[in-house]
Design a protein around this ligand. Structure first.
Ligand code: ACO
Length: 432
């Protein structure tokens, strides 16, 4: 077995730490002590930049060369040959479905697309201009009150049922949030349509008896959903696993994951990209904007990634999908600004040195806007497919015998013990 030899210069003691899968166990450092009263060494890793929190068989990323695979299949092949629901099946079960399994899987999800009328009423209570992500997070959490059986997280049958319910219901909640903002009546699901077509139906159907989605746009949405379905231990997935590790039910855990996704440094970046392109306004303003980024005034939204230090393979596929969408919708005027921004940034020393490339969010917002979505709903469009990844990671965590409640340590930096005395009472509050 490979080991790491550690010599503690405080005591001169030597330790052999086992190396497995290129990793050492943080708990092995606890044995390194200066004496019996010493707690033992801890490892310090704010933001988990070099800490593996789990063993996972779902998604593989090699950020240095731009590789993304679900269960071993390259993202490029899945985006080209599969439907989103088949990819969801793959992510959750480990295998792509046979044609028979695919049909059965779709039927099982279709049985759960409706939401309780009381949840609809709950959503009606939001302000007309409520942010769709706030509505999404709260409504998913509210589902927990409709399904108390979900608390039995150790029952495989219960987990399966909640997984079907959540995958079936998140597009309905997302569409209702969208229609709520527009003041339009909610449209019930139409289960004769595919997953993404039905979502489009719930978003855009008006007075026509049957909604017929544009096949190019439906396929583009399906591809975007495939690209966003999972991405190993990102901020939202870490939230799903951390909250779920307390045996919290999957609705509440998933709402926590979606709350993490809402942040502008995470899934909220696609909305920010559009705001940034609006602020730039014209191609001629791009060089000056890039200078303000380099001066540290703000970040170039949609650029950079914690893991990808080469290109983000999803951004490449999205760029191609954009061309198909624009052939139907007409080009988004912001595309020209985005292309120029990418061109200048990719040839600038600041971005090259820091390995900053366009990420998945750089072009997705431009496509969504061309399809007719308001930027405020972009992150909800991300949360629908990511629901699949969150659930797969949650299930894997629950079944992993090594996992228990997530509870990091800290380095305490506050005052050592002190006592309340007459003198300290006299000066209390002086610092406020
Ligand atoms: N624009 C300008 N500079 C940047 C950017 C950016 N978008 N991203 C990183 N940098 C710079 C930092 O200022 C830092 O520079 P320094 O070394 O001179 O201090 C260096 O690059 C490293 O940055 P970190 O913040 O350490 O990188 P980290 O891996 O922690 O951050 C993140 C990754 C959060 C994605 C970051 O690149 C960022 O904020 N990007 C913009 C927001 C964004 O697009 N988020 C979406 C990510 S994809 C997703 O979540 C789905």
């Amino acid at each position: 077995m490979d080991t790491l030899q550690v010599i503690d210069s405080r005591t001169g003691a030597s330790y052999q730490i086992p190396i497995t899968d290129g990793t050492i166990r943080a708990m092995d450092f606890r044995a390194i002590r200066t004496g019996p009263d010493d707690f033992g060494l801890m490892v310090y890793d704010p933001a988990f930049t070099n800490t593996a929190s789990c063993r996972s068989a779902i998604t593989y990323i090699d950020g240095d060369v731009g590789i993304l695979r679900y269960r071993g299949y390259p993202i490029e092949e899945l985006a080209e040959h599969c439907t989103f629901l088949d990819v969801a099946y793959l992510i959750l079960t480990g295998e792509l479905p046979s044609p028979g399994e695919s049909g059965e899987w779709r039927n099982r999800i279709n049985r759960h697309t409706m939401i309780h009328e009381n949840l609809k009423k709950f959503m009606e209570g939001f302000r007309p201009d409520a942010h769709p992500m706030g509505m999404f997070v709260s409504s998913v959490a509210a589902l927990s009150t409709f399904y108390p059986d979900a608390r039995d997280v150790h029952s495989g049958a219960s987990r399966q049922l909640q997984i079907l319910r959540l995958i079936g219901k998140v597009p309905t909640i997302a569409a209702y949030a969208y229609r709520h903002n527009l003041g339009l009546p909610y449209v019930y699901p139409d289960n004769r349509l595919s997953y993404t077509e039905n979502f489009m139906n719930m978003l855009w159907r008006t007075a026509e008896p049957r909604y017929e989605p544009d096949p190019v746009l439906a396929r583009a949405l399906d591809v975007l959903f495939i690209l966003h379905a999972d991405h190993e231990q990102n901020c939202g997935t870490n939230a799903m696993r951390a909250v779920g590790s307390a045996q919290t039910d999957p609705y509440l855990s998933l709402s926590a994951a979606a709350a993490a996704l809402a942040g502008p440094l995470h899934g909220g970046a696609n909305e920010e990209v559009l705001r940034m392109l609006d602020e730039i306004g014209h191609v001629k303003n791009v060089p000056a904007y890039v200078e303000t980024v380099k001066a540290g005034k703000h970040r170039l939204m949609g650029f950079g990634h914690r893991v990808y230090k080469n290109y983000d393979p999803r951004a490449e596929i999205i760029k191609r999908t954009a061309e198909q969408v624009f052939a139907v919708t007409g080009a988004n005027a912001k595309l020209e600004i985005a292309l120029e921004l990418e061109r200048i940034a990719l040839s600038d020393e600041y971005f090259i040195k820091r390995k900053l490339y366009p990420n998945v969010d750089f072009y997705s917002g431009i496509i969504y806007q061309a399809m007719g979505f308001d930027p405020a709903i972009f992150t909800v469009l991300f949360a629908i497919p990511r629901t699949v990844g969150w659930l797969a990671q949650w299930q894997e965590m629950i079944q992993d015998p090594e996992q228990k409640i997530a509870r990091p340590r800290q380095i305490f930096t506050g005052p050592a013990v002190r006592h309340i005395g007459v003198e300290s009472l006299k000066t209390a509050g002086a610092g406020i």
